[in-house]
Design a protein around this ligand. Sequence first.
Ligand SMILES: [Zn+2]
Length: 213
Amino acid sequence: MKGTSHLLIGTIVGAVAGYAVHSDVTTALTGAAVGGISGVVPDLDTNGLASNSITLSKKVSKWLMETAGIVILLTLCYQVMQQGLSHDIYVYGGIGFLLLVVSRLITQRHMLTITGILVVLLGFVLGQSPGILLAGGYIIIASFLPHRSYTHSLIGVGFYAVILTQLYAQWPIDGMVAAGLAGYSSHLFADLKILPVNRRGVKWFLPFWTREF
Ligand SMILES: [Zn+2]
C-alpha cells in the first residue's frame, strides 16, 4: 500500500484511539497526529514517504559534502603555501578527501542510517532519553532491513510499543501510546495480502514463522 494511504488510515485510527483514551478534541487531534506518523513508520525499511521525509535528500547531502570537501582542501592549499606543512594539515586534508569520497558513494539508504545516528546523538544530548535513543536505534536497524520484514512483524510492534512507553514516561501526552500503537498496527493490516492493492503480504510472525499473510 502507498505511503499516503497508510498516513490517512493511521490518522483515522489514531484519532479514534486518542478519543477512546480521553474523550476530548485535543486528545483526538494529538492521537490523529501520532497515529498518522506511526502509520508510515514501518515503511522506514524502504524508500518512500516515511524515509524521505526524515532524511536529507541524497542530492542535497551530496552537494553539501562535495562543497565542504572542496572548501577544506582549497583552504589547506592556501595554508600550506603560507605556512608550510604541519600535522593538522594531514588531519583536515584527510577529512576533506574523505568527504569527497563519501559523497560519491552515498545512497538514500545511507542517509537514513545517518539520520538514525543523529537521532541517537540527540538522545544523548537530551540527557540520555531512552525513548529517543531507542527511536534512533529503530531507524538505524530499519535502514539495513529488507522491505516488509521485521518492521512489519509483531516484533516490530513490540519494539515500537517500548519506544512509545519510554517517550510517554518522559513526555506524558494523553493518548500517545494508544494512538501510536493503533497507527503502527493499522499498517500491518493495510499491507495484508488479502487486500487487492497489495501484491506482496507481510510476515507477521518473523522469525518464528515465515508465512506471508
Ligand atoms: Zn509497508
